[in-house]
Write a protein that binds this ligand. Sequence first.
Ligand code: ADP
Ligand code: MG
Length: 465
Amino acid sequence: MQEFETTEKILHLDPILTWKSCLIKIKENVSMMTYNTWFLPIKPIGLESLTLKVQIPSRFFWEWIDEHFNSLITRVLIDVLGKDARLTYIIAEEKTIEDNNNHKGKVLQVASAEKPKTKPNFESNLSTKYTFDNFIKGEGNQLARAAAGAISDNPGGTSFNPLFLYGGVGLGKTHLIQAIGNQIAKNFSDKKIIYLSSDIFTVEFVEAIQSNRVNEFSSFYRSMDVLIIDDIQFLIGKEKTQDLFFHIFNTLHQTRKQIILSSDKPPKDLKGLDERLISRFQWGLTADIQPPELETRIAILKRKSESYGMQVSNEIIEYIATYITSNIRELEGCLIKLLANASLSSKEISFELVKKTVKEIATDRKTANITIDTITKLVCEYLGVAENKIRDKTRKKEIVFARQIAMYLSKELTHSSLKTIGLHFGGRDHSTVIHACNSIDEFKTKDVPFNNLIDELRSKVEFSF
Ligand code: ADP
Ligand code: MG
């Protein structure tokens, strides 16, 4: 009874809500491109009994959906409305075709609803939280911010095409490129803008290959006015995706559509990326984002703490800004951690708490970033040993020595298990790692210069981030 009432309620309440519930489930089952292309343009226009009536842009569209997604839609609809649910399609400017499975075949003449818009109604993936307004300018992001502004006023019409932004983690690349997208959407409501990261692009491409829809995939991206791809470095090693992206890039560039890219390195350092792409990335403007200087860090902390409704003294802000220097995400993280801790204990934010929090963040950063591979690389460089040798069976003295030091530091500076460490060094047993750590420990107590060497290597590893 209860269930029936609920269904009745939705039923009489709102076709839009019903369709929204369906969309949420559909989204979990299809790629973003499929979702944007085929589902978002569908408009719910009525709900009567258990029949949801939707409008679909064209006959072609309806045929495609019927062929590819009939069972998905049926399943979802039954989920939302119950087992007797049905869907009726109205094709704009044409006639209706009644659907679902057994109900197909009945064609009704109906007055066409609204004409479909020429611009398909798809999602840009932009998050509205990234704006120019809440992006704080500083020396480190000056050029990038200025270029971003110019592009937003005239997408595709400046010489900054592509705009290639690069910089370390947490410095605002994603924020800035999304802010451009949001600003363009505001300035030019008819422009088709899409934002995605290059790994999502790759996943979708693979899906498109598997389902034989590469052309559809490619033409979707070629039809954009503004293409924003984040973290383009993830295309490294993905040759087929690079090749397709190359062609999409050319089409968009030739037709003066705006391309915006971000990366953790400048184009020339993207080893493993097709040279043709690297050279194209440099056609427009390449701008870096540098870590913020003290004043900017203070400004960011002030602004963010205000927006979180926090009361923090200048002294505390300055303390945080002095100790957290390389990453804006960490500045934010620190404030949020403080806020959480203070509200948990319903205390004011004390200096003690601030010190503790800053320290925790520094520790997190180290352990998160240090890997066995970086340790190995640094140790080999320092001791002048070839990196590939360290994984070999060789018992050559200097190599065994380097290997043991690298194992020792890996044990000390990463969270890796002895087993994992052993695997990294040519599949050695965990007892070999224990033996290495013991030998190094022993050596350190006996030999002061050796002890110093280990300390120096340790700080090299820690400060390489
Ligand atoms: P990246 O993509 O370079 O790793 P993000 O854009 O994700 O970095 O930025 C990390 C966090 O710091 C985000 O929450 C972002 O809003 C914030 N942020 C970065 N730069 C600024 C800035 N100049 N002003 C305000 N917030 C910023
Ligand atoms: Mg990012």
